[in-house]
Structures are given as C-alpha cells and as structure tokens.
Design a protein around this ligand. Sequence first.
Ligand SMILES: Cc1ncc(COP(=O)(O)O)c(C=O)c1O
Length: 407
Amino acid sequence: MRTIYMDNNATTRVAPEVVEAMLPFFSDFYGNPSSMHDFGGQVARKVAEAREKVAALLNADPGEIVFTSCGTESDNAAIRGTLDSYPEKNHVITTRVEHPAVLNVAQYLRARGYRVTELGVNREGQVDLDEIHDMIDDQTGLVSIIYANNETGVIFPIEEIGEIVKSKGVPFHTDAVQAVGKIPLDMARSHIDMMSISGHKLHAPKGIGVLYIRKGTKFSPFFIGGHQEGGRRGGTENVPYIIGLGKAAELAMEHMEEENARVKTLRDRLEGELIKGIPNTLVNGDRDHRLPNTSSLSFEYVEGESILLLMSDEGICASSGSACTSGSLEPSHVLRAMGVPFTAAHGSIRFSLSIYNTDEDVEYVIEKLPPIIDRLREISPFWKDHVEGRPISSLMAGIHPEHTRHR
Ligand SMILES: Cc1ncc(COP(=O)(O)O)c(C=O)c1O
C-alpha cells in the first residue's frame, strides 16, 4: 500500500542529500572538533561551514547560532537561561497556544513562584497586540511567543510583537520551530533576541536543534559544561547531525521560495476540494496568515481519532487536533484557546505537507476522505442530531466528559 505522508509538522523525511552529507562524519571524519590535531581541526572547519549555512538561512551572524539537541532544548535554554540572567525579574509572558516545550516550562516556572501571563487568542488564533503591550511591567524578565503554530499553522505578527517587547526593554524569544524553512526569516532586520529551531522539521534528522541568540543578549547556559558553542552550550558537538542541519539549511535556502509556492498550491487544492466535497467542514485559524503547508480542518460531528485510524488504513498519515489527556479525549489546547466549538474541535485533522508531496497524493486524499467521513457520520449521534435539527447540547450534556473516559 502506498504511504501518503501529510504529517510534516510532526516530523519530516530526512532529505537524501542530507543523509549523503552526514555519512562521512560517522565513519572517516570522527575527530573531535575541539582537539588540537588537524584530524579534529578538519571536522571543526566542517562544523563552522554548517554554522555558516544555518546563519545564512536566517540572515544571522554565525556567532549567533548555538547548536542544541532539539527544539525542546532550545526553548528550555532560552527561557530558563534568560531568567537565570535576570534573577531580579519574576514575570514571564507567553501565550495559551504554545507547544508544550514552552507551556510546560511556564508551568514549571509558575510552580517555582514566577508570575506567568498566558495570553489568549481570538477565534482566528491571533493574539491581541495591545494586550501584550499592557501586560509587560517592570518585573517582566522575558516574553516568549510562538512564531507559527504547529497545529493550525497560524503565523503571529512576530516583528510587530518584537517591536512592542523591545520598546519596553524586555528580552524576546520566539519558538520558530515550525516557521524555519517554510517562510523567510531575516534576523538582521528583526526584533527577536532568541529563536528556537528544530532540524527534523526541515528535512534534517531528529535530535539536532539551534538556539539563535542575538549578539549582546544576556544569557546563562542551560547545559553547563565545556567551552563548546562559545560557552553557551556545553557538550561535544553532534557533528554528523550538525552537518546534516547545515545541508538542510542550504537546501531550504536554494528551494524554499519556489517549493513552498508549490506546496501552498497543493495545500489549497486539498483544502478547497475537501471543503467542497464534505459538508460541515471548517478551516481552523487565520487563513490569510498561515504556513503554506498546513491545513487544520474540522469535520463537524465526527471524532478526529476515528478519522485518523480509517485514513491510516488507506495509507494516509495526518494528525488529529485532539489528545488523550487525563483519561478523557479533550480537544487540543490550541483549538480550545481559539474557542472552536466542541463538535468541531473533536473532528479536527491537521494535514501538513512538504516538498515531497505530489499532485497524486492530494488527489488520493480528495478521493479517499469523503467516504470515510460519510461512514463515521452514519454512526455519529451528533450528526443524527444535527440532520434531525435537535440541539446538540442536550446530547452532549449526557456524554461529556464521562462518556469519553474510556480512552
Ligand atoms: C512549535 C514547536 N516547538 C517545539 C517543538 C519541539 O521540537 P523537538 O521535537 O525538536 O524537541 C515542536 C515539535 O513538534 C514544535 O512544533
């Protein structure tokens, strides 16, 4: 059976060129870049080249690139490293739609006495810039706001936010894990102080990330150890993966513009045809400010997990916007923050495409999905209620949350 992979916000295929670039660094070039001999020195030069390639993709200085193990480490390092540098500050601002790599750090900080402000979003998934301005006070040590949402693809006006944050003299971090490689970023003309990146979202392997740290930003290392990464992240460099990320950055730089235009066309066709072919289908999030590859769709009155399983039987890989939390099937925190109604949030599916998707992939999903939704609606009490014109809420009262506790 063919595999139609449309779950690229979860992880991407490692580009064959990236694999090829990495291989010699597992075998022939195994020296430690910190060694004094030239066997290590030649590896150090390759690491420096990879750093330059990543910097070029971001229009940053190579000295501002710190290699980490993943996006989660970068988020932790940025938030906790900054707060360590400002022990007199006890307030952090973030949003309710962050990835757990930020949200759970915020929880951790709250438990340790920090005041944490989590900004809400509107129905489109957008933040209120005035609220950001008003929430910053003289105790604020950091503002950390996601660049592009992993579930909906909604892009925040990060530069406008950065301008507000910097006008108040507060450090500004953004989790750009989903943005890098999909939209152009220009650090030379940016208000961002720190930015998190993850290799496996842009066709490099899992287990390599970057924390961009603007020159002059006060920062305490999260990983305390050797002098690697300019003393900002101890630990012998993960050389093959750094080389891989350098190659992925180079490829993204070469092809991003044309490839992402193609990916956007595929996404738009997929979305348009599914909306046309399946009644009661809604798009989640601000359609005008969205990553070109992402489509979060709600198929009302059916359950996302069931859709995923039936799609999986057809070889289609996507994600649902619900997650099993504490024994009940809750819609994702992102959709809840946006106020997506219960009957839509539960039936949400995220399609996230990549440069490896084709017209045939899209046609396949357009053909296979409508009968799946039909099948599920035939057995959905919500759908029956809807077509028979009964209010859904009376039924919901009886089934939520107890009915969903079986998972
Ligand atoms: C927005 C966002 N931030 C952080 C992460 C975590 O990255 P990693 O898997 O490299 O730790 C992810 C991964 O899904 C993400 O989508």
